[in-house]
Design a protein around this ligand. Sequence first.
Ligand SMILES: N[C@@H](CCC(=O)N[C@@H](CS)C(=O)NCC(=O)O)C(=O)O
Length: 86
Amino acid sequence: MSGPRLALYNSDTCWFCARVRQTMDRLGMAIEIRDATGNPQHREALLKGGGKTQVPCLRIEEDGGAVRWLYESADICRYLEELSGR
Ligand SMILES: N[C@@H](CCC(=O)N[C@@H](CS)C(=O)NCC(=O)O)C(=O)O
């Protein structure tokens, strides 16, 4: 089992996104970062998949293929902490 595939929909100018990136760094998690403000395809995918363009948003693809979109920086940080076991 490889665990969920993760991608963070991000904006470099967003403080809430920076908070999530700091948590990723602290936990040593290498997660793909997708620019949801400068890249129209990522922005569209976020809107279609998650329902709104708010960042940060973590796209979580489970081993079985199910996808969910997790908004709110505090909830994303909590999820990453739990996933990393710390
Ligand atoms: N409570 C949210 C706030 C996120 C937020 O306000 N994001 C802003 C950027 S800093 C945003 O995406 N605004 C544009 C939008 O909602 O479409 C969190 O903690 O993640």
